[in-house]
Ligand binder design. Sequence first.
Ligand SMILES: Cc1cc2nc3c(=O)[nH]c(=O)nc-3n(C[C@H](O)[C@H](O)[C@H](O)COP(=O)(O)OP(=O)(O)OC[C@H]3O[C@@H](n4cnc5c(N)ncnc54)[C@H](O)[C@@H]3O)c2cc1C
Length: 467
Amino acid sequence: MSDPVVQALVRALGERAVLTDATDRARFETGWRYGKGQARCVVRPASTAEVSTALRVCAEHGVRVVAQGANTGLVASSTPDASGSMVVLSLERLNATIELDGKGRTVLVDGGVLLSQLNERLAHDGFWFPVDLGADPQIGGMVATNTGGTRLLKYGDVRHNLLGIEVVLGDGRVLSQLNRLRKNNTGLDCKHLFVGTTGVFGVVTRAVLQVAPVPKQRSVALVGCRDGQAVLALLQVLEADLGDVLSAFEVMSANAMAAVFAHQPNLRKPFAELPRYAALVELSSTLPADTLALDGVLEARLGAFLEGAGEAVTDVLVGKGDEFWQIRHHISESLRSEGKMLAFDISVPRSQLPAFTAEVERLLAAEWPQVRLCDYGHWGDGGTHLNLVWNEVAVGKPATEVVAALQPRIYEMAVRDFDGSYSAEHCVGPHNQRYYDLYTDPLVKQFCALVGDFCDPGDRLGTVRLA
Ligand SMILES: Cc1cc2nc3c(=O)[nH]c(=O)nc-3n(C[C@H](O)[C@H](O)[C@H](O)COP(=O)(O)OP(=O)(O)OC[C@H]3O[C@@H](n4cnc5c(N)ncnc54)[C@H](O)[C@@H]3O)c2cc1C
């Protein structure tokens, strides 16, 4: 291998740490949903010191680097560009440390540890890291994207659960703030600069997280609702009366559920007729069932709600939690099997979700009647994966044309008309860079430029521009 960068990386870290073969590189070059490029090589350090060495070598050669965790990100920010000149820095071998402090309810964990590995270890002591989603990301990737997930309503996102951090900066310097304290008001808490900034300011090598006791019981229901207003009325009642134990409030539209039942033959349709929306309600508690019987509590409250709601609520099904969650977790892949898809990860103020959705429906009915809205998502925290699906032949236009016409209109509606976000939880990447450029305050960009100058002096990290 004559490439001087590859040679220097091999000299510094050994052959095992550097992948150059096209077959070995392939899985690092394609993202889950978007993003396909070509890497000069993939470097896989196994310690903070090795990450530092790798970044120093790349800086000395003026080479751009993209950090990669489990590559489950959905905005194309974890894969290299098409130039063939970038190095992918994979954290998959940096996964040895998981040190639990049970009494402190904190854990020190390496950036390359998978969420599933962490939870497996924590389960021995009755804890879990409660940022919960349908993928298995690494902790460093979760910090870099500030992962939200299905239980944000109760536990918050990664930022909310992150106490300390260790980061290697673009030129190899190591910034360590591995704070284990919940209270520590002693000046700048640097970790926030690295949360949700997609790895452009540094590579997360270790983190201190607060963990939660595993609930002793969960109770789950599906509630069929006639429209979005009925969904919000239900949410309001649940928060007022059962807020202490409400741990998830997910919503699935009839179109999204229909895709699941069309493509997942093992999953049973729980409703005779699919309602406009089904709300998946989960209660959970660390109290045992003989102290507080959650099934009974949920059934009683939903029964009363059903009585008062008239025709706004069509069904209440309690129990079968795993089955109901399976339906929710299979939506994304089922929609992909339906034809062409344009995915959105939008949030608006919760009270505006029905009005926003109705505006999108009006737009589609008027201009793109063959495009179906298959919305679902985390309504409890104002998030909607407002996905559009269509058959390319029926629409009679290339998918690129449909995307070019609809994507900017819907983002404009979300951000300008409804005070919402064009990226509620998936962060910023090449997939939505132009909307970042369009909607971000110039002063914020200036601030990012200053932080970038300090953290990554050569501007070599990542494929996203925050400045
Ligand atoms: C089926 C499915 C369901 C999902 N559900 C949700 C959901 O409910 N909520 C949600 O928020 N997200 C969700 N996601 C998105 C995704 O899982 C998260 O963004 C995830 O946390 C990314 O972690 P990762 O390790 O896969 O990072 P990657 O995809 O590898 O990288 C993502 C970004 O982080 C950077 N990065 C990775 N590791 C590091 C590091 N150690 N240091 C610095 N930067 C780094 C990369 O450069 C890239 O910019 C889902 C994804 C899938 C595929």
